[in-house]
Design a binder for this molecule. Sequence first.
Ligand SMILES: Cc1cc2nc3c(=O)[nH]c(=O)nc-3n(C[C@H](O)[C@H](O)[C@H](O)COP(=O)(O)OP(=O)(O)OC[C@H]3O[C@@H](n4cnc5c(N)ncnc54)[C@H](O)[C@@H]3O)c2cc1C
Length: 419
Amino acid sequence: MTTTRVIWDVVVVGGGLAGLAAGVEVTAAGGRALVIEGHQPGGRARVTERDGFIFNHGGHALYMGGPGLGVLRRHGIEPEGAKPPLRRYKMSREGRHHRFPCGPDTLLRTTILGARAKVQVGRLLAGLPRVDAARLAGTSVSAWLGDLGLRPDAEAVVRAVVRQGTYSSDQDDLDAGAAVNQLQLAVSDGVSYLHGGWAQLVEGLACRTQVRAGCKVRSLTPVAAGIEVTTDAGPLTARAVVVAAGTPEAARSLLPDPPDWGDLGPPVTAACLDLGLDRIPSPGWVLGVDEPLYATLQSPPAHMAPPGGAVAALIRYGARNATADRADLEAHARLAGIDPEAAAVSRFLARMVVAGAQPRARLGGLAGRPAVTTTGHRAIAVCGDWVGPEGMLADAALASGAAAGRAALDAARSATLAA
Ligand SMILES: Cc1cc2nc3c(=O)[nH]c(=O)nc-3n(C[C@H](O)[C@H](O)[C@H](O)COP(=O)(O)OP(=O)(O)OC[C@H]3O[C@@H](n4cnc5c(N)ncnc54)[C@H](O)[C@@H]3O)c2cc1C
């Protein structure tokens, strides 16, 4: 007896936000999609629950004006969360707190800036919504700041805010157009910390498409019917494939031919210390100006801790070595009023990849990132937070995921018509 193998329209490799968005897009358009995930769905958007404390993988904020939210809403997913209280934020320099200049009154009262620097930062903030970010593409953040002729204290504050919004620790390389775009999103609609963490997004997407978890894809081989997908659980056939494996290296290792992506540069990394606390610390939110360190309370405002408790996330932009980074993060926690020794639960992640690559000025910024179709094979698309012309971080993952899903389904349908 012969058995006929099911032919999927689209198999998606990787069940992080990008892969799930691709699967949902295909399913919503009437295609047969299967998302294959080596571990659990969610990737870097997964959450962990310990003794009633919910940890994202490092602090996570959803941009409320970004393209990612557009993708979620198009599929009926409305994230629920709360905005962080910007007016309670502090900046730190040489171990001392200063007000975070987030509006005219805090700018006037902060001691992080001298009088002339306040005027410069005030002008920059007021003019930010009107800056044409696309015109800055191809200029690095450092070159842009140099052109603005800011005083050193003003420049240090702007650099810290860019770091906070982009996670980038290399502003000589980061594209100013992408960075300004990110700052504009932060200023216009702000960010939200999600109740229950980013599991909300993962669950919202995963229930809208078919997902096979705990199954690794080993190789992709073009065959007459489309692409043969070799997995730990045996082979599958798909008319088209989306590679959503997380990083450029992971994607490259699966593609049948080497893609022409140019030099995308190193990944954006961070060292993260997540703490579950049985009381709410103060000030809690402290952004380092002279050190690439950030302390943020995810909960409250979001509900991620038992009553009366809190979840703090400490981040060092750019992971170096575990011992030094952990010591810096613990010192920064103390500066934010958090005693790491007294945490009910803690987790240190020495080196997290925040983004597979950052938008590089030398490649033209967002427009210069690999397109979803640049895989060297018509029936294979790629997506992730380093792909496509839209947004950074999760915004890029979701937007490129949706675009890759559409491209793969088109390829699958044309292959069916041609057969
Ligand atoms: C500490 C930290 C803080 C962050 N903060 C923010 C933030 O505040 N705001 C924001 O917008 N973004 C933030 N991000 C970025 C955001 O989490 C990522 O951009 C997004 O989750 C990436 O999704 P992805 O699907 O592209 O990749 P991933 O989440 O890495 O998913 C890739 C998946 O593919 C699977 N996979 C790989 N190879 C295979 C294979 N061969 N077979 C099967 N499965 C495979 C992996 O197991 C993984 O689950 C942060 C990230 C980190 C690490």
